[in-house]
Design a binder for this molecule. Structure first.
Ligand SMILES: NC(=O)c1ccc[n+]([C@@H]2O[C@H](COP(=O)([O-])OP(=O)(O)OC[C@H]3O[C@@H](n4cnc5c(N)ncnc54)[C@H](OP(=O)(O)O)[C@@H]3O)[C@@H](O)[C@H]2O)c1
Length: 231
């Protein structure tokens, strides 16, 4: 029985790098997103996670009860919005994709998990703080940490662990889009750490892979921001 990765948003950016990292180590890859994950032999389930009516029971066709499974809740979208002018549809959509769908996936797959399985959430710096014009995204990312902590408390077995990884600025289509639109200033971002560079997606993927193999971090919220400078 092979080990399996179930990643959301494996079609792009960090999720794709995670899929490539686990596949290189011999794991089977199952991806949930609207576009396919290009990793050879990946099982692609075409799903819009913002749609409350998508059916998590489709996962039963690709999962094997008792196998080691790493679930990576990674799919997300972002926008620039003010807390004073939130579009309710945007907020609902972000919560559905990042939080409600993650909970629905876990409800379906955790009972099937074998020993040494894990549930890894991808958060953000705005999972525990907020900046201006991040209202819907920061709200959903805070809830991601809440769901991880609740999952840790409610997992009534000692052979499955969970954590949340909070990346800094990672060179992905999401961040490139924000920089191209002028929402994020590329030069200001480079000043946020002494490293003066963006994080590469495969650096986050390596950390996710290590996290999947490290049960003592159960319940942890892990910064991965290259040493973001205070003030
Ligand atoms: N890049 C950064 O600087 C940064 C920093 C901190 C945290 N993060 C987090 O890292 C994660 C990955 O982001 P990224 O930077 O790699 O962005 P990305 O390249 O834009 O990838 C986002 C992924 O999420 C999927 N997705 C979005 N909405 C979806 C939906 N409704 N249904 C299904 N899949 C959906 C996309 O797939 P489809 O479009 O194919 O559906 C895509 O594969 C996110 O949780 C993000 O918040 C990123």
């Amino acid at each position: 029985m092979s080990d399996s990765l179930l990643v959301t948003g494996g079609s792009s950016g960090i999720g794709l790098a995670v899929a490539e990292r686990f596949a290189a180590a011999g794991w089977r890859v199952i991806n949930l997103s609207r576009r396919p994950c290009p990793v050879p032999d990946a099982d692609n389930l075409t799903v819009d996670l913002s749609d409350p009516d998508w059916d998590p029971t489709i996962l039963r066709s690709v999962l094997v009860a008792g196998e080691r499974l790493c679930v990576v809740h990674n799919a997300a979208e972002t926008t620039a919005d003010s807390a004073l002018e939130v579009n309710p549809d945007t907020l609902r959509s972000f919560l559905e994709t990042m939080v409600v769908s993650a909970a629905r996936i876990d409800r379906e797959v955790i009972p099937l998990m074998g020993a040494r399985s894990s549930v890894i959430f991808i958060g953000s710096i705005v999972s525990e703080t907020a900046f201006g014009l991040t209202a819907s995204y920061a709200t959903a990312k805070h809830a991601v940490v809440g769901l991880m902590r609740a999952t840790c408390q409610d997992l009534d077995r000692d052979d499955v662990h969970t954590c949340c990884i909070k990346p800094g600025h990672v060179r992905t289509p999401m961040l490139e889009g924000l920089m191209n639109d002028g929402v994020v200033d590329r030069q200001e971002v480079l000043k946020l750490t002494h490293a003066h560079r963006l994080i590469e997606p495969d650096e986050i993927a390596d950390l996710v892979y290590q996290a999947a193999h490290t049960p003592i971090i159960n319940g942890a919220v892990i910064d991965a921001h290259l040493g973001r400078l205070a003030g």
